[in-house]
Structures are given as structure tokens and as C-alpha cells.
Design a protein around this ligand. Sequence first.
Ligand code: GLC
Length: 538
Amino acid sequence: MEKWWKKSVVYQVYPKSFMDSDGDGTGDLKGIISKLSYLEDLGIDVIWLSPVFASPMDDNGYDISDYLSINPLFGSLEDMTHLITEAEKHNIRIILDLVLNHTSDEHPWFIEGRKSKDSPTHDYYVWAKEPNPLISVFSGSAWEFSPETNEYYLHLFSKKMPDLNWKNERLRQDLYTMMNQWLDLGIAGFRFDVIEYIGKEPQAMVTANGTQLHPYIKEMNKATFGKRNTLTVGECWNVDFAAAKQYSDPDGSEFSMIFQFDHMKIDWDDQLGKWKPKPLDFVGLKKSLSHWQNEMMGCGWNSLFWNNHDMPRIISRWDDDLTHPVEAAKLFATISYFMQGTPFLYQGEELGMSNARYTFLDQYTDVETLNAYQDLVVTRKLMTEQEFMGSAMRFGRDNVRSPMQWNDKKNAGFTTGTPWLPLCANYQTVNAESQIHDKESVFSFYKQLIAIRKHSAYSDLIEQGTYTLLEPDHPQLFAYERRFKNKGLLVLANYGTVPLHHQIDQKIVKTILSTRPQKIESSVDLMPYEALVLEIEI
Ligand code: GLC
């Protein structure tokens, strides 16, 4: 089957915050349809749509109460089919975000299942007579008491998100039937939320990477998307190279690719994770990304990303005071767009949007942040409120979920009503309208990068070429070479606030991409956050 996704660029839409068509302050499917021309102009091929299924929205849709209907907040099933057909006219495919590890506690399976041990869907969930010490990703015990049957149910995320029991064959078949229904409607694939947990053995304290994980994925592949020409990507927080190769084996028996997070966890504390970040180890970051490039070459496939709805904006994270927001946006994009893999960009990244930086706890709505505050500050007193709020501004997920900045008018053109989350203060300067026709803008830069990946003399090289990290221990320079057949390219990026003089040993053929006009001969002065891509003789 043609692996079309190797040359594709995927754009993540977080529907609540993308575009509101009816003035209720929340984005919706009709809003997305109205922006398809914008996305086509940018050059993306695929939309990854964060969940739009029926949901009580305890975790903004990652708590699904009916996989086959659309949350009225976002529209109807008719709007969804309309989105699929309209997107097709713009050469854009849609992939859905499927949460198969858990449902909402308001899913009929759970409502019925919790009533009695004899209920047909009781065994669709994971029960225990007594809780063991398993901890939820969203803080506190992963077990919740359910009085009807005098048992505890497992929830690796919020209490309102009970974990599904994949050992139950009927459950698996029900999920596969549902997936096929979506594929029949014209969906081009799926992003699989926290898929690494489906093989869990909670009694043995095993959550990720249980022994049945890969057999289940292979079974699901055969029963559903494996026979179709799809893009599939699994979200995996705990994965080594061997498992990643298995997940994205070129034989097509599992997924097209996975999201792994080594480079995203690089500044996390061993105990308190993102709530107590360390300074960025830039050399470690280069090594991590490069290691993944080399390991997956020829036997797996990487996804390339810096941001998503869980990962607040990289330019705010690693240039905290936003000293060079435009340059930093271009620098991070350049570093990843010339690597091997499929790029995923998160809405607003193409504009250089920054984190909203909500300062007060009552501005936060996200269950993860609120639970973490309760746990770390109130219950366990491991951090002060001030320390926690500092991290929340950087890592609290609401910060990357602020509404899309379409223009400099009221509510940045996102809604005529009251936005569900306050806008980021900089929308009058950072917005789509002001960037689309500006050749120097972050938007134009992304457009250029996407075009180079997809339709240029370098497309095959970017897809297939070898990768070599240069000057691995340099604390400020990210430099790498790619080579394929008779072509080579050299990427140079100065992650630093001072200029950097760099001697170029390779013979330059021409400049492929630069962020400022300059003549490059045997050496170059890279300005703060400047990135440059050259074709070299090999
Ligand atoms: C994934 C999603 C995240 C969600 C969690 C539970 O990590 O990306 O947003 O909260 O799974 O479904």
C-alpha cells in the first residue's frame, strides 16, 4: 500500500479553540469548514481532529460517552460528513482522535456495567475488590469506589474516565465495529490516545507496555484500518527504540508511526515531572532527536513535533521571555522540518502563537492542572502555590488551548460571543490576517517549509536521506547533514541569544532556506535564533 503519509504534513485542530461559527464561545465543525481554504493555502495534507464525540467534557472530549455521535457543542454527524467531503475538495484528509483506553463514566457501557456484576458490560471495565497503590496520571489513586457492586474501578486518568478492559473479547469487537463505521464514512485514519495502556495488568502494577499490547494492536489493525490506506499514529509516553520499531514496522502490521516524547520530557524533573522543570539541556535535546532519527531509519517511522494540545508552545517554553518570538518559531520549525518523519503542527504554531500564560489558578479549567495543584500544593505540600503557578504558566495545558488568533479584531475573530478561555494577550500583533500576505511572517515560513518537503528537488532527500548530527557537544549550534543519492543538505541553527560564527567545511551549492538575506561562503555569522539550510556537494 502506498505510504502517502511519508510526504504529508499533519495539522492538529483542537476544535474547542479553532473557530466558532455560532457565537457560543466554543469552536465547532462548521468553523473548521470555514477555514479549509486557509489550511489548503498553508499546504497541509491531513487534519488530526482532537475528539469531537459525545462527551461530558471532563477532559475536553478525551472522555467519550458515545463514539458514534458528535458532541452538539461541535455540531452534528451531518456536519462531520460535510467536513470530510469539503476537506477532500481542498485535498485534505481527516484523521480522528480515538480514545480506546477509557471512556467517560457517562458512557452507557459504564452506566449499565457498574450497576451489577451480571450486567453485560460490567467486564468492559477493570474492577478490584481492594485498591492497590497505582497512581493516576491526573494525580491521586487510580481506583475509585463504586458502591453498587462494592468494588473499585480503575481510572488511569480522571475519576470520570474509567479504563476499558481490553481482555474482554466482546469489548474489542465492539470497538472495531465502531472504527469501521468511521472508516466507511471516509475517515483517513486515527490518532490513538494513550494506546500504550491497553495491555495493562493493573493487578501486577503494569500500565504501559503490557504483554498483550502489541497482539491487541495487531488484531485491531487486521480487523479495521490495516486493510485501508490510512495514516495511524499511536500516542506512547513510555517507549524504547525496540517497541517504537515494532509499533511502526514498515510491514504495516501495527501503526504508520507513533508519538514518542523523549525530547519533550527533557526538561522534566524525575519525580515531579513537568511541574518542576529543569533548564533545557540543549546538547541532550540534539542527541535525543538525532538518536531517534538514526534508530528509526529504514525500520520504523518518526513523527516530528514540538507542540500539541498537551504540550504548551515551544517558543514560550524554551525562550521564556519571548526575546525572539519570530526567530525562535522559525528556528524550531527548521530544526524539525528537515528531519525524516511526518511533521505534525498544532494550530497557531504556524503563526508563532505563544502560551497564553494564565497567571491565576481560577483561570485554569483543565482537570490535569487543577488536580495537580490539589495534590502537590494542598494535599502533599511538595510545592508552594507560587512555584506551582510558575510551572503552570509554562506547562499547564490551558496555555496552549487559548483561541486561535485569526485577526486583530474583537476576540481575534475566533468568536462573536465570549471565548471559553481568555485569548492570549498578543493577538493584535500575532494573528493570521496580518501574516498571510507578509513574506517574512512565520506563516509564510511554514508555507515555504511545507512546500520544500512536499514538492521540491529535496523531497526525496528529506524523506529518505541519511542523517548525521554535526558538532554534537556544541552548546548553542544545532547542525546536521542529510544525504541521499547525489544530494546533500546542511541545516544550521543558532539556539542562542548571541551571534555565532561558524566555519563551513562543506562545499556549498546553494542556499535552500534562510531567515535573512546574506551571502554565504566558507563561513557564516548566525544571528540569535537564526536558522539556515544549504545544499552541499557530497
Ligand atoms: C492523552 C491526551 C490528553 C488526555 C489524555 C487522557 O494524553 O492527549 O489530552 O488528557 O490522553 O485521555
